[in-house]
Write a protein that binds this ligand. Structure first.
Ligand code: 5AD
Ligand code: SF4
Length: 464
């Protein structure tokens, strides 16, 4: 998935330099963290006199914020990059930069055209972008792919680029220390570091003042958030952090992503249960239902302990929904392992899931030690079976909602009809309902009258 940043030139308030203001176009690939990183990048660039444009043909500088998690994500970004490199032929002044997770590995991937990329910046060098662009103006390629053990961009106020002004994202940590054997993230984003909680609280308070109604706290593994106050020696963990964030405004919903099954504690589950405005939804990637495969993946939990955590979440937080990520066809996966994934899906009763075929990533432990030996057509078939099963589970889960009433936070117009709005329930299900006099940002009580596997259909009961 790629997104162009939505913008409003006033928002970018470029510095009055007396010189021509350079126009910046940013395109983002990949996850929510990348989306939030692009907002940090725009903030840095704005403070250095750039204005944002929604049209790449208008831009003086194009930055592509890339994702390396699977081969097809990289291919998509590389195709787009080749298009921008062609543009440079027509407009020689144009500078093209590749930033984010693909930056470090880019030179090898672009053996022939690599030198035509003007700026290469890894996820920890966004503060240096203005100076890298200046360096590239001198005609040479400007590169900074160093990873940091400290950078969290805590003091930078991201320029909000969401369309609706209702929901926003706040990164609370960066990097990952888990080294799941298939995953490139610890190599592309570096070691895990938590952000100063006071800067998180300030950012959330500002969002509440601006009228935002929902904030999602982001990290690769939020459950291992930890910060020690130097002056007092006091420590705050994720349960402590989210509980403070939830107390900023009762009108603001709080979500978080992603949780690691090995670290999700009862303490956190009880904290969620205690706060009405912390959403009743946990994204808990399982990856596989086979303990043998989970060990090869270096996930740090078994099938049994994963299911125990799902049961604990449902018991401690009544009505909690659980979603997941699943990888089909990991190294040495047998039909029996695959079958275990399917039975685990049934047992856990996932409400929704993101499902992928295993994609070998260079430099990971799996790439070094485990042959990618499940044939392509077998991976495809297993993935299709997983998707089909999840569609059935999602439909069954949605069917149970008929007749119930949920408080939905309206986010915007539904894609299908201008007379309908869409929003989400606390347990993260999308509901579509007739507009009435509800506006995006309002909470509305919605009676569920129908469903598809992806959406609840409802009508307004009354306005809260
Ligand atoms: N191949 C396929 N899927 C992957 N993911 C991470 N690395 C890979 C890979 N090499 C998936 C995992 C993770 C999600 C963000 O992406 O399911 O939870
Ligand atoms: Fe990758 Fe595992 Fe870290 Fe998630 S927890 S980012 S899958 S290494």
């Amino acid at each position: 998935m790629s997104r162009n940043l939505e913008f409003d030139e006033n928002m970018c308030g470029a510095a009055e330099t007396g010189q021509k203001q350079l126009k910046l176009f940013v395109e983002t690939f990949g996850c929510q963290m990348n989306g939030n990183d692009s907002e940090v990048v725009v903030s840095v660039m704005r403070d250095n006199g750039f204005v944002l444009t929604a049209d790449p043909e208008n831009a003086d500088v194009i930055l592509m914020n890339t994702c390396a998690i699977r081969e097809n994500a990289e291919k998509k970004a590389l195709n787009r990059l080749m298009h921008f490199i062609q543009e440079k032929r027509k407009r020689p002044g144009l500078k093209v930069g590749v930033i984010g997770c693909m930056a470090a590995g880019l030179k090898e991937k672009l053996k022939k055209n690599g030198s035509q990329v003007d700026i290469i910046a890894g996820p920890d060098s966004y503060r240096q972008l203005p100076s890298l662009i200046q360096e590239a103006d001198g005609g040479q390629q400007a590169v900074n792919i160093l990873l940091s053990r400290e950078e969290t961009y805590a003091d930078i106020s991201p320029v909000r680029m969401d369309k609706n002004g209702v929901s926003s994202f706040v990164s609370i940590m960066r990097g990952c220390n888990n080294f799941c054997s298939y995953c490139v993230v610890p190599r592309t984003r570096g070691r895990e570091r938590s952000r100063n909680p006071h800067s998180v609280f300030r950012e959330v308070e500002k969002l509440a003042e601006q009228g935002y109604r929902e904030v999602t706290l982001l990290g690769q593994n939020v459950n291992s958030y930890r910060w020690k106050e130097e002056s007092t020696g006091k420590e705050i963990d994720f349960a402590g952090l989210i509980s403070r964030v939830a107390s900023v405004s009762m009108d603001m919903r709080v979500r978080f992503s992603t949780s690691h099954p090995k670290d999700i504690s009862d303490r956190l589950l009880y904290t969620i249960a205690e706060h009405n405005n912390i959403c009743r939804h946990i994204h808990l990637p399982v990856q596989s239902g086979s303990t043998r495969i989970l060990n090869l993946m270096n996930r740090g939990y078994s099938r049994k302990s994963y299911l125990e955590r799902v049961n604990a979440a449902k018991k401690i937080i009544p009505g909690c929904s659980v979603s997941t990520d699943i990888i089909a066809g990991f190294c040495s996966e047998t039909e029996e392992d695959h079958h275990e994934t399917m039975t685990l899906m049934e047992e856990a009763g996932f409400d929704f899931a993101f499902m992928f075929k295993y994609s070998e990533r260079p430099g990971t432990a799996a790439a070094k030690n485990l042959p990618d030996d499940v044939a392509g057509d077998v991976k495809t078939r297993r993935l299709n079976e997983i998707i089909e099963l999840q569609n059935r589970l999602s439909s069954e889960s949605n069917k149970k909602e008929e007749g119930k009433t949920y408080t939905v936070l309206a986010e915007g117009k539904s894609k299908k009809s201008p007379l309908e709005l869409f929003g989400r329930t606390s347990h993260n299900k999308v509901a579509v309902f007739p507009e009435g006099n509800i506006k995006p940002g309002d909470y509305a009580d919605i009676v569920i009258t129908g469903y598809t596997s992806a959406t609840l259909i409802g009508r307004i009961r009354n306005r809260s």
